[in-house]
Design a protein around this ligand. Structure first.
Ligand SMILES: [Zn+2]
Ligand SMILES: [Zn+2]
Length: 143
């Protein structure tokens, strides 16, 4: 599904973000590429369209997006941040072989542990790590 510029603009305005060319392009990229990209991925993909683009402007855009609830920042193995335009609670599985980050549904509410009852929990991350089904198959064939 392609989003019109009008829809993208409204989406940003609804999140209290003034639409600019870079912000609209980044949002469009995120909505069309649900791969949990890094700032580098976004930069490399948009550079041909916006030759004046800098890495700093991508970082600034992502920080603004994160602060206004457009993206969630994900961190795996303490490596470079990945961005997820799906901010609803869902789990992630990172394959340690191919590096692909898979989404999975969390079909229940996460109970707040007793020890944290008086805390204000703002975010919950559910990260699984291992070898994905595709790499598992490949590995079976190699052996
Ligand atoms: Zn894999
Ligand atoms: Zn995700």
């Amino acid at each position: 599904m392609k989003n019109t510029i009008k829809q993208l603009k409204e989406y940003l305005i609804n999140h209290n973000i003034k639409p600019s060319t870079i912000r609209l392009k980044v949002l469009e990229y995120l909505l069309n590429n649900r791969i949990h990209p890094t700032a580098d991925d976004i930069y490399k993909n948009l550079l041909p369209q916006i030759p004046t683009l800098s890495k700093t402007s991508i970082y600034n855009t992502m920080e603004l997006f994160a602060n206004n609830g457009v993206v969630k920042i994900l961190s795996f193995d303490g490596k470079e941040a990945h961005y997820d335009v799906n901010t609803e609670l869902h789990g992630h599985f990172k394959c340690r072989r191919c590096g692909i980050i898979y989404d999975f549904n969390v079909p229940f509410d996460i109970p707040i542990p007793n020890e944290l009852k008086e805390f204000d929990v703002k975010e919950v991350d559910i990260n699984f790590y291992g070898i994905c089904h595709k790499c598992n198959k490949q590995r079976g064939q190699e052996m």
